[in-house]
Design a protein around this ligand. Structure first.
Ligand SMILES: *Cc1c(COP(=O)(O)O)cnc(C)c1O
Length: 427
C-alpha cells in the first residue's frame, strides 16, 4: 500500500492557489479520478513522489525526456553553461549550431526560428504561412493538438467538415473563423474540403502521427494526399512534429515515411527538458519572418544559451544506436502487453511506433478522433490506477501517448509487463 499523505496535502493546498491545483490540466488526474502524485525527484527511468514512492515513468515530462530523467551528460553541459550566464538577449554561437543541427537532420527545414514552446512554434508557423501565401484559411484535424493558441482550439463537430466552432470558453468565433476542421484519415472528405477552400487555403496543419488523441496511425495514402493537394493549391503543408521530432528518428516522422512538408514545428525533445520550440521550413517562407521580412515574431528568451545547451546535448547524443534501442524496448513491451491482453481476453487496440504507444480500451479500430472517443475510459482509469499502485506511472488519460526513454532497461520493461499482467486482472 502506497502512502500518499504529502501529495494529498499539497494537492489540497495547490487547489486553493492554482486552477485545479496544477499548471497544465492533464496533470490533475481529472480523467482517471483520484489525486495526482506530487513529484520530488527524477533519475533515469524513475520518478519519486513527495512521500518517497518510486515509479517507473512512461510520461517522460510528456515527451521531452528521451534520455530519461537527469542524464548526467546533459546536466554537466548545462552546469558549465550556467557559469557563463543564462541569457544574453544577443545572438550566440549555440543558436547557429542548433539551427545547423536541426536543419541537417529534418528534411523539410532550410531555415528555423527558435521559440519557447510548441504552442508558440505553431502560432509562428501559421503566421509565417499566412504572410507568405497572402491567404487566410487554415485546415486542422479533429483530435490533433497544436498548443493552446486561440485559432487552433477547435476540434470536431458532426459531419464530414465543420466550420470552426470554438472548443474553449474565452475563444470567440471570430478568432476561429478562418480555421476549418477536417477528419484525420478521411481521404476523400478532406480532399474535397481542400479543393472547396481552393485559393483561400494558406496552410494545412497536421500531426503526421497524431499522439494527442492517443497514438493514431495514418492510413496509407492520407498524408500523400495532403502533400499532393497542398502542392496543387500552392498552400503550405505544416507537419507539427513537436512530439515526434527527434523522438522516432533524427528527421522525425517525415524521415520515416519519406514525405517532406513545406514547414515543420518542433519542441519537446529539442529542448532537452527546458522550454523550447522551433518552426521552420522553406527558405522563401522563412524569409518572410522579421527582421528579414514583414511577419512579426519575437521572444525575450528565445534561443537562450541554457535551453540551447540542453537541447543540443540531448539531440547530438541521438544516433542510430539510440533509435535501434528505443525500437527494441518498444517491441519488447508491445509483445509482452499483447500476450498479457490475449491471456485475459480483453479487447483493446494497442498502437505503437518506436518508443511511443497507447493502449486503447476499445473493441473497434481507432483511426480518428471519433473512434478514439469510443474507448472505455472507465476501463482505462482502472488500468491506470492498477499500474500506478504497482509503481508504473502512465499518462493519466486514455488520450495521451506513453513514452519509453533510453534509460528504460530490458528489466524495466519486463517489470512493466508483469505489472500489466496483474493490473489487467482488475480491469
Ligand atoms: C505538446 C505539443 C504542442 C504544444 O507544445 P507546448 O510546448 O506544450 O506548448 C504542440 N503540438 C504538438 C503535436 C504537441 O504534442
Amino acid at each position: 500500500m502506497q502512502i500518499t499523505a504529502r501529495s494529498q496535502h499539497l494537492f489540497h493546498q495547490a487547489r486553493e492557489l492554482m486552477p485545479g491545483g496544477v499548471n497544465s490540466p492533464v496533470r490533475a488526474f481529472g480523467s482517471v479520478g483520484g489525486e495526482p502524485r506530487f513529484m520530488a525527484r527524477g533519475e533515469g527511468a524513475y520518478l519519486w513522489d513527495e512521500d518517497g514512492n518510486r515509479y517507473l515513468d512512461y510520461v517522460g515530462s510528456w515527451g521531452p525526456l528521451i534520455h530519461g530523467h537527469a542524464p548526467a551528460f546533459v546536466l554537466d553541459a548545462v552546469r558549465a553553461q550556467l557559469d557563463r550566464g543564462t541569457s544574453y538577449g544577443a545572438p550566440t554561437a549555440l543558436e547557429v549550431e542548433m539551427a545547423q543541427t536541426i536543419c541537417e537532420a529534418v528534411p523539410s527545414l532550410e531555415m528555423v526560428r527558435m521559440v519557447n514552446s510548441g504552442t508558440e512554434a505553431v502560432m509562428g508557423a501559421l503566421r509565417a504561412a499566412r504572410g507568405y501565401t497572402g491567404r487566410r484559411k487554415v485546415v486542422k484535424f479533429a483530435g490533433c493538438y497544436h498548443g493552446h493558441s486561440d485559432a487552433l482550439l477547435v476540434q470536431a463537430g458532426s459531419g464530414a467538415m465543420t466550420l470552426g466552432v470554438p472548443d474553449s470558453a474565452g475563444v470567440t468565433e471570430h478568432q476561429t473563423a478562418d480555421t476549418v476542421v477536417a477528419h484525420y484519415n478521411d481521404i476523400d472528405g478532406t480532399r474535397a474540403a481542400l479543393r472547396a477552400i481552393g485559393q483561400d487555403l494558406a496552410c494545412v496543419v497536421v500531426e503526421p502521427l497524431p499522439a494527442n488523441m492517443g497514438l493514431v496511425l495514418p492510413r496509407p495514402g492520407f498524408l500523400e494526399m495532403l502533400r499532393e493537394e497542398t502542392a496543387q493549391l500552392g498552400a503550405v503543408l505544416l507537419f507539427d512534429e513537436v512530439m515526434t521530432g527527434f523522438r522516432l528518428a533524427r528527421g522525425g516522422y517525415q524521415e520515416l515515411i519519406g514525405i517532406t512538408p513545406d514547414a515543420t514545428t518542433l519542441g519537446k525533445v529539442i529542448g532537452g527538458g527546458f522550454p523550447v520550440g522551433a518552426y521552420g521550413g522553406k527558405r522563401e517562407m522563412m524569409k518572410c519572418v522579421a527582421p528579414s521580412g514583414p511577419v512579426y515574431q519575437a521572444g525575450t528568451l528565445s534561443g537562450n544559451p541554457i535551453a540551447m545547451t540542453a537541447g543540443l546535448t540531448t539531440i547530438k547524443a541521438l544516433d542510430d544506436a539510440a533509435y535501434t534501442q528505443l525500437e527494441a524496448r518498444g517491441a519488447q513491451l508491445e509483445q509482452g502487453l499483447r500476450a498479457a491482453l490475449e491471456a485475459r481476453g480483453i479487447a483493446t487496440q494497442l498502437h505503437r511506433v518506436g518508443s511511443m504507444w497507447t493502449l486503447f480500451f476499445s473493441t473497434q479500430p481507432v483511426t480518428d478522433y471519433a473512434t478514439a472517443k469510443q474507448s472505455d475510459t472507465a476501463a482505462f482509469a482502472t488500468f491506470f490506477h492498477a499500474m500506478l499502485k504497482r509503481g508504473v506511472y502512465l499518462p493519466p488519460s486514455q488520450f495521451e501517448a506513453a513514452f519509453i526513454s533510453l534509460a528504460h532497461s530490458e528489466a524495466n520493461i519486463e517489470k512493466t509487463i508483469e505489472a500489466a499482467r496483474e493490473a489487467l486482472k482488475e480491469v
